[in-house]
Write a protein that binds this ligand. Sequence first.
Ligand SMILES: [Zn+2]
Length: 438
Amino acid sequence: MLPPTTKDEVKRFLGMMGFYRRFIPRFSEVASCLYTLTKPKCTFMWSDKCQNAFTELNQKLIHSPILIYPDFESEFEIYTDASDNAIGAVLMQRLEELNYKIENYPGALNNLADQFSRPAQSQSEVSVNKLELGLDICWETEQEKDKEVAVVKQAVKNGDTKELVELENAAFWNSNKEYLFVQDNVLMLKNYQGENSIVVPKQLRNTICNLYHDEITAGHLSYEKTYRAIALRYYWPHMRTEIYDFCQSCDTCQRMKPMIQLDKRPLKLTKNGNTHFYLAIDYISKYCITGAKPRTTAEETIRMVRNRVNSEALIPVTFAYNNAVHVSMGFSPNQVIFCKVLSTPSDRKLQIEPNPEPKDREEIEEQVRDKIGKAQMKQKKQYDKNVRDKNSFNPGDLVMLINSRQKVGQVRSFTPKFIGPYEVIKSIGEVIHEFKQW
Ligand SMILES: [Zn+2]
């Protein structure tokens, strides 16, 4: 493989390596100089250190455990992808500990075959392949590993909740004790919607946050939406605070969160000749559909809405939106339309099926109307207050700066809104601060 010559090629290489990272010891340490190269502020300079890292990682690809002799007794799998001018394929075999399942894997995640199907400079769309990686989590064993959860489970099983007083989160367990129960030897809790949620042991809490915020079908949604997605399925002490911290410190969110000013320039003509981006939202359920079109005549628009309604689940971002619980409704658009919580790829990775029983449509609709009415009142109140938070910074604080350096030809929606982090050295006035690169 030739060394990358642009940032994009480095990114694609790292994307492909990411697929194998769990088999490469000290992966992040070895690849750190390559990750640095992909940062927006960093100019592309292929140093000896980068070359060494590149060579070392390439070597790993052609050695055990990544490249091994084929076992003709077990099944082979072929991953393919095609761009405008090349076809790529990877022949693979199941690894015992991985538990692969072929299903629904959006193209952008298929980094592996994608890397081989893209010649340099190619920017074409990636095709859709189907695959999914099960995490093979055994909730029963995992809960045993967390001493506190194990004690609570035993106490609930014995019907003797006196022991809970000794625990770190005694107040939490005590106030929830009537909702706790054990099912198939897994500690569960009946949540605020009356749904059964799994009590997550300490060691898996970060993984859960990751899967329901970072994954492509999770879509880096707001803290509130991430919290609600998780709370529909799981429970643990102080989960709100933990999820809040997780979302606040998410690097992608900090770079990409929208600024207040809106960019009103017309969109560029895409490869398929589309000039319009459409977003249609159902007034009641908030169910949304998205897409691109070359024209916006009434006829075209109606046809597009008709054709799209059932295929939205295939578009990760739209799925993320439709599956996220709306604060104003207390339900996700998918819950209102399909009367149940749709499983996400993350659910399948963790082998859980969130609340499979469909609910009564009329009941949901009634609750939605009620909630929307209340939310409108609340919004009005909030608007009337018209408060704006003032930011204050102290020396030593890390901050992100608004990225005003936009290059000619760059589409603003796709450039990071913030750059950094920078460290505050001192505050000169209320709004003027001196800072340095961190
Ligand atoms: Zn994020």
